[in-house]
Design a protein around this ligand. Structure first.
Ligand code: F0G
Length: 437
């Protein structure tokens, strides 16, 4: 941990026992996906594999057009370049690191319009990712509809704890935006998990297949950015999908500069085959129920032991609430970073900080943004681990919780200028700097 600068991103995977850093690109592919890869058409232009992927996106998501990208942030880059101009404001249901950076790089400003409950780890709400319609209306009023190129709705909301958005809320957002002529864009990275929560929790959906629910969700959007490394059960890839032909045209013009030809966008033909097959597999009701329930299985063990976690338990991860876990630490002593480091030292389990380090500095004031949520994310890869692995993780977290008063804070000794969490380095605070309460 010392060699890795107390940053779990800087560990070698060989030195990790159970890897819960992320669910991104860490999925196990199925026999059918591997077989599909053998059929990859590696033509530079117009590959059959592109048309297979396009067909899968059309059928399952329902968007007319699709441009592949190397991963989610490639799609975020394209849509930000196409729609955002300096002075624009992009309301969204909580920030995501790469999404916001791309908005800011085009001179835009992100405005948070998620419901208040999303910022309170203990608040109970079945759809904690919902957009607060009043906040959204207020933002449109304050900045003017002409300065809002689109509203970005993430389903689920990663940094709120993998919390879903309800179908009713999507309808409400659509209606409000339509009345102002504003587009609505989806970050569909974990939309299948969101669809499962709608089936589980929203009246009228219990008997609908997840596939139909996903399709309805997407019908309220003009398009989506997608990191296929999550829902689509692959190791690399993404896409930008849309109905509008003008945006398609612009996306094709941009993708060729930054990613590759519009029929491969930075992917090999075999990658596009694996995505196409994964898109059909991800909407299997039994698979997605197992996936979300495995996350719940881990979370419920921690909750039963009194460990403070974000509630309700989300779709892709269990989030430890480092503020309540380590109340002796100030946020500027990086409690979530320190807790993730301790977990690795205890059991070789790798988790990820999602707090003040991830949140970075305000581009204007250069001050640390102090997010309300100071979390450690235990992210479950898809189709990789068994429930016995979850038991090991639970034991380790519980033992840390029992000796939580011994855990010290960190000092940041190297800070990169953007997305600092990936490569920042830390050192433990010297003993005696702080007296524990
Ligand atoms: N949007 C969301 C909600 C994400 O969670 C991610 C990535 C992206 C966009 C960007 O996609 O990584 O393919 O470029 N999340 C990963 C994670 C990194 O660990 O949560 P990408």
């Amino acid at each position: 941990m010392a060699e890795a600068g107390y940053n779990t991103f800087l560990l070698r995977s060989e030195d990790v026992y159970i890897d819960l850093l992320t669910d991104s690109g860490t999925n196990a592919m199925s026999d059918r996906q591997w077989s599909a890869m053998m059929m990859g058409d590696e033509a530079y232009a117009g590959a059959r594999s592109f048309y297979n992927m396009e067909r899968a996106v059309r059928e399952i998501y329902g968007f007319k057009h699709m441009v592949p990208t190397h991963q989610g942030r490639g799609a975020e880059h394209l849509i930000s370049r196409i729609l955002i101009r300096p002075g624009h404001v992009i309301p969204g249901n909580m920030y995501f690191t790469t999404t916001r950076v791309h908005q800011e790089m085009q001179g835009g400003m992100f405005v948070d319009v998620v419901i208040d409950e999303a910022h309170d780890p203990a608040a109970q709400h079945p759809f904690k990712g919902n957009v607060d319609i009043f906040k959204l209306a207020e933002a449109i009023q304050t900045y003017g509809a002409q300065n809002v190129p689109y509203v970005n709705v993430a389903c689920t909301v990663n940094l709120a704890g993998g919390q879903p958005v309800s179908m009713q809320n999507l309808r409400d957002v659509r209606e409000l935006c339509a009345s102002h002529g504003i587009r609505v864009w989806c970050d569909a990275t974990r939309a299948v998990e969101n669809a499962f929560f709608i089936k589980d929790r929203e009246p009228g959906y219990a008997d609908k297949p997840v596939r139909a629910i996903l399709h309805e969700m997407m019908s309220y959007f003009d398009g989506c950015t997608m990191s296929a490394k999550k829902d689509c059960l692959v190791n690399i890839g993404g896409f930008l999908a849309m109905n509008d032909e003008t945006i398609l045209q612009q996306a094709r013009e941009q993708v060729v500069i930054f990613e590759g030809m519009p029929t491969y966008g930075g992917l090999a033909g075999r990658d596009m085959e694996a995505i196409a097959q994964g898109i059909y597999e991800m909407v299997d009701d039994a698979y997605i129920a197992h996936r979300v329930n495995q996350v719940r299985y881990l979370g419920e063990q921690l909750r039963a032991a009194g460990v403070p976690i974000v509630e309700p338990i989300g779709g892709h991860a269990v989030f430890l609430d480092a503020r309540r876990f380590l109340p002796q630490l100030d946020q500027e002593e990086f409690p979530a970073q320190a807790l993730a480091a301790e977990l690795y030292i205890d059991s070789g389990v790798r988790a990820m900080e999602r707090g003040i380090v991830s949140s970075g500095r305000d581009p204007m004031t250069k001050e640390n943004r102090r997010p309300k949520l100071e979390l450690v994310r235990l992210t479950i890869p898809r189709r990789v681990y068994t429930d016995r692995h979850m038991d090991v993780v639970a034991w380790s977290v519980k033992s840390l919780y029992e000796r939580r008063e011994e855990i010290r804070g960190l000092d940041m000794v190297y800070e990169p200028p953007t997305l600092r969490f990936f490569s920042a380095r830390f050192e433990p605070q010297p003993v005696g700097v702080k007296t524990l309460a």
